[in-house]
Write a protein that binds this ligand. Structure first.
Ligand SMILES: [Zn+2]
Length: 323
């Protein structure tokens, strides 16, 4: 368990409320953006104040509701949206990249993302989300009719633009300099191939990689040599070693001692990997192994979407086992 930075924000999350805007420390703010019709309820955009204008970490969904909420909340802490200097993206999911383009249109903001999550690069290397899904399903060993059902069940969630072009595509760990504020951009693949965390002062913005509650969702393995859990374990170790005092994830709530939380998640995902290795020791496919693993809901009671999710997590585990 993690220790919340502010008890009322943890309480708001657990009571399914959208938390208020909060000053995290000098020069760092969290702006929770409400989501309509989403189980996530909110996604948080973080603000780092710098002498050359505010730098945003992530950019919510591309909806008018998210835009209005962002503009209002930024104004509320004294920053017109036109003054935004940069948008640093933790990864390329639609609840994180959504408003980046619109912010750039009204400001002088530059948009940064990791090479592996840059849409142009990803399309050239792996194809779009649906191409990756169909290759992952093919790797899972599921029967053809199941593969068809699962693919169709993903079509509704997969409809989002993958057209954003970043100004700054990050390859290595880099220090991004804004006046006298230096933000460290650290590669942390696992949730996506190009996930990054950003560290400044004693704070690390962890995107979707390290929530205070629950495991990390793994990316789709669409190539035979993909091993997302191994990537994730390395990434968690790198976050653990950053020496930050406060973690600000994009969902849930900010918490203390990210190193402790990273160690806890390393232990948890290592256990999952060991369980998967036991189940799959006889050379089982993901389709054969998934019903034997432990899930929040029994396999027999899962709908097609939940099964697809469980199957993809199983594939990610199996591909990360040395066998
Ligand atoms: Zn997210």
């Amino acid at each position: 368990m993690s220790t919340p930075l502010h008890d009322d924000l943890a309480l708001a999350y657990r009571s399914k409320e959208v938390p208020p805007v909060r000053r995290i420390r000098d020069g760092v703010w969290s702006l929770p953006i409400p989501l309509v019709d989403s189980a996530l309820r909110s996604v948080t955009i973080h603000v780092v104040e710098t002498p050359v204008g505010p730098v945003l970490i992530d950019a919510a969904y591309d909806t008018s509701g998210c835009w209005d909420a962002l503009v209002e909340r930024l104004d509320g802490i004294g920053h017109p949206v036109e003054s935004v200097r940069a948008v640093l993206l933790t990864h390329n999911h639609p609840d994180h990249v959504g408003l980046a383009e619109r912010i750039r249109e009204v400001s002088a903001a530059t948009i940064a993302i990791d090479r592996e999550d840059d849409f142009a690069h990803q399309h050239a290397e792996r194809g779009g989300f649906l191409d990756q899904l169909s290759r992952a399903l093919a790797l899972s060993g599921a029967p053809e009719a199941t593969v068809d059902d699962m693919y169709r069940s993903a079509l509704t969630i997969a409809r989002h633009p993958e057209s954003l072009r970043a100004d700054l595509v990050l390859d290595d760990d880099e220090d991004l300099v804004y006046g006298d504020v230096v933000i460290r951009a650290v590669r942390t693949p696992g949730h996506t191939w190009g996930h990054r965390v950003y560290a400044v002062h004693d704070v690390v913005f962890t995107g979707d990689t390290m929530m205070p509650e629950g495991p990390v969702q793994l990316t789709l393995p669409s190539r035979p040599d993909d091993a997302p859990v191994r990537d994730l374990l390395d990434s968690l170790a790198r976050i653990r070693d950053l020496g930050a005092a406060i973690a600000c994830p994009a969902h849930q709530y900010p918490y203390l001692d990210p190193a402790e939380r990273a160690s806890e998640l390393i232990a948890q995902h290592s256990r999952e990997l060991a369980d998967a290795a036991r189940v799959a020791s006889s050379g089982a496919t993901a389709w054969e192994a998934a019903p034997q693993l432990t899930w929040a809901k029994p396999w027999a009671e899962m709908g097609v979407g939940t099964r697809r999710f469980a199957l993809m997590q199983t594939l990610a585990l199996l591909q990360s086992i040395d066998r």
